[in-house]
Design a protein around this ligand. Structure first.
Ligand SMILES: *[C@@H]1O[C@H](CO)[C@@H](O)[C@H](O)[C@H]1NC(C)=O
Ligand SMILES: *[C@@H]1O[C@H](CO)[C@@H](O)[C@H](O)[C@H]1NC(C)=O
Ligand SMILES: *[C@@H]1O[C@H](CO)[C@@H](O)[C@H](O)[C@H]1NC(C)=O
Ligand SMILES: *[C@@H]1O[C@H](CO)[C@@H](O)[C@H](O)[C@H]1NC(C)=O
Ligand SMILES: *[C@@H]1O[C@H](CO)[C@@H](O)[C@H](O)[C@H]1NC(C)=O
Ligand SMILES: *[C@@H]1O[C@H](CO)[C@@H](O)[C@H](O)[C@H]1NC(C)=O
Ligand SMILES: *[C@@H]1O[C@H](CO)[C@@H](O)[C@H](O)[C@H]1NC(C)=O
Ligand SMILES: [Fe+2]
Length: 459
């Protein structure tokens, strides 16, 4: 296990400066996201030819179709972008395209088309979303926050390879998974200057490249975490982060969430429907009063958007409403909370969002940031695994799958906490029908079920 992991990391070091455009470049970091009703976006990365920073693929295009041998449809809205041209040997270009008017619940095959310098990708496939409101089958979602690369020092010297092990566990669940919700802190590129070899860009690229097996076949829907905002994680190293690492710029280029299609902003806030579930992703980092990471736009637009989005949901068609955001405002206190700022969770998030979530009867609130798994008791007081008609959203804090910073240490257990585990794991949410759902916490190391609850809602 360790040997394989060391081998992967060694190959990465070896490949750092080996791209020469005599050989064709490859499209990598291929990732799918929902893009509005019956739409899908495909994003990817490739390097420019060394010693140039120019776009190796000015007309990014995906061809797709209903069979591997008949990719007779062509993507629209191809976009190329670059945010850091300082790595002259390794400039990353980012691409996105849209596939539109997809038939519901249908297997599509797709391939990134070759260009002058970049070869075609393999042919991948995905199953398109069920039709809006369809309740013909259960919906399965993998949920977690705070997942990223360990860095070479931890991997080689300490043999941790937490990231690679967790990927293996997720891979096992893929056949039964419809999509992913990642509640922020993605890849932890801003932690990587601590390592000699993995700089910010190399860490982000390695992480997203390793995730391609997952993200090229399942929709990967992200929320913004503090690690995506301003590269301020390691204060002494802040100066090493160029201005292109501020203001969510890498996150904006590397992910393509359906903000445009849902009236949201950048990848910060957006929503989508999947069958009989409405999912909302909001930013607990910025754009509300006293937001922990400042503001990109202002303090009112996001909250107004959330209110409007919630008010438009037709609960007859999508009875389930799920919200993901990076931070929670309930739960136990970690040693890091005390050390950092003495602020427990996110009181300003509570002030901005909680009353709306209660008013509109949101079913689940999924957060990360704290590196453990914690379940808040039914209505904050009842210790049960049967959440029957809860008042307000069921609260799950789920940031334990594998942060390179390690799991958090408990300082003080909160009196509304009914389950807490620091074992690395991830959530698996099955929404069975309009009134029933099950949430399971799986441990990465052996896939043991550490916690399982059912949620019953009278509609
Ligand atoms: C593409 O091929 C499918 C069969 O796989 C066919 O039903 C469809 O009409 C074709 N579409 C176009 C635009 O040619
Ligand atoms: C991705 O899948 C391919 C084909 O199954 C496999 O060879 C490769 O090792 C996988 N890569 C990772 C990083 O899991
Ligand atoms: C292309 O993508 C970049 C980065 O995400 C974005 O800033 C730009 O607005 C996009 N251009 C178009 C035409 O959509
Ligand atoms: C990020 O840093 C920049 C430059 O220091 C600053 O202007 C901006 O307000 C910060 N952004 C956020 C969202 O905090
Ligand atoms: C919600 O959807 C149901 C079922 O399609 C429909 O009968 C009802 O009019 C819709 N409600 C609103 C407010 O649009
Ligand atoms: C739980 O703790 C909070 C303060 O953190 C307090 O207001 C509340 O009364 C306590 N509840 C119970 C049931 O002890
Ligand atoms: C909740 O109940 C379970 C099962 O009876 C018990 O193991 C656990 O310690 C209880 N948790 C709390 C926080 O009281
Ligand atoms: Fe965080």
């Amino acid at each position: 296990m360790h040997l394989i992991c060391v081998f992967i990391l060694m190959s990465l070091i070896k490949s750092l400066d080996s791209t020469i455009c005599l050989a064709k470049l490859v499209p990598d970091q291929i990732r799918l996201a929902f893009a509005g009703n019956q739409g899908v976006s495909v994003g990817w990365q490739s390097f420019s030819c060394p010693l140039t920073t120019s776009n190796p693929n000015p007309t990014p295009t995906v061809i797709y179709g209903l069979s591997k041998t008949n990719l007779n449809l062509t993507s629209i809205n191809g976009n190329s972008s670059v945010y850091d041209t300082n790595y002259i040997l390794k400039t990353s270009w980012f691409y996105s395209v849209e596939l539109t008017n997809l038939q519901p619940s249908t297997v599509y095959y797709y391939q990134i088309k070759q260009s002058n310098y970049v070869s075609a990708s393999n042919i991948f496939s995905f199953t398109s979303a069920p039709i809006y409101g369809s309740r013909s089958r259960a919906i399965n979602i993998i949920t977690y926050g705070d997942f990223g690369v360990d860095g070479i020092v931890e991997d080689i010297l300490n043999g941790k390879c937490l990231f690679e092990r967790a990927l293996g566990a997720l891979q096992k669940m893929l056949p039964v998974t419809d999509f992913f919700l990642h509640h922020g802190d993605i890849c932890y590129a801003d932690d990587s200057p601590e390592d000699l070899f993995l700089t910010y860009e190399a860490a982000f690229n390695y992480c997203q490249s390793m995730m391609t097996n997952i993200t090229s076949t399942r929709f990967y829907m992200t929320a913004v975490g503090n690690h995506e905002v301003n590269c301020t994680e390691i204060p002494v190293l802040n100066q090493l982060c160029s201005s292109s690492k501020k203001n969510q710029i890498p996150y904006s280029h590397r992910f393509n969430m359906p903000s445009k299609q849902s009236g949201g902003y950048l990848n910060s806030w957006y929503s989508f429907d999947y069958g009989f579930v409405h999912v909302i992703s909001i930013s607990c980092e910025s754009d509300f009063p006293l937001a922990p990471s400042g503001n990109l736009l202002d303090t009112t637009t996001q909250v107004n958007w959330l209110k409007n989005d919630l008010s438009k949901v037709n609960r007859t068609i999508t009875p389930w409403v799920i919200v993901q955001c990076h931070r929670a405002w309930k739960g136990s206190i970690s040693k890091a909370d005390i050390k950092e700022d003495g602020i427990i969770n996110c009181p300003s998030c509570k002030a901005a969002f909680e009353s709306l979530l209660i008013q509109y009867n949101v079913d689940l609130y999924l957060a990360g940031h704290v590196h453990w798994y914690e379940r808040i008791c039914l209505n904050g007081v009842v210790n049960t695994t049967q959440y029957v008609n809860p008042i307000g959203p069921v609260y799950l804090i789920n940031g334990a799958i594998g942060s390179p910073e390690g799991s958090d240490k408990l300082s003080q257990r909160s009196n509304d906490s009914c389950f807490l585990s620091t074992d690395p794991g991830f959530g698996f949410l099955t929404i069975t029908d309009p009134s029933h759902a099950t949430f399971t916490y799986y441990r990465v190391s052996d896939m043991a079920i550490l916690d399982q609850i059912t949620i019953v809602k009278k509609r």
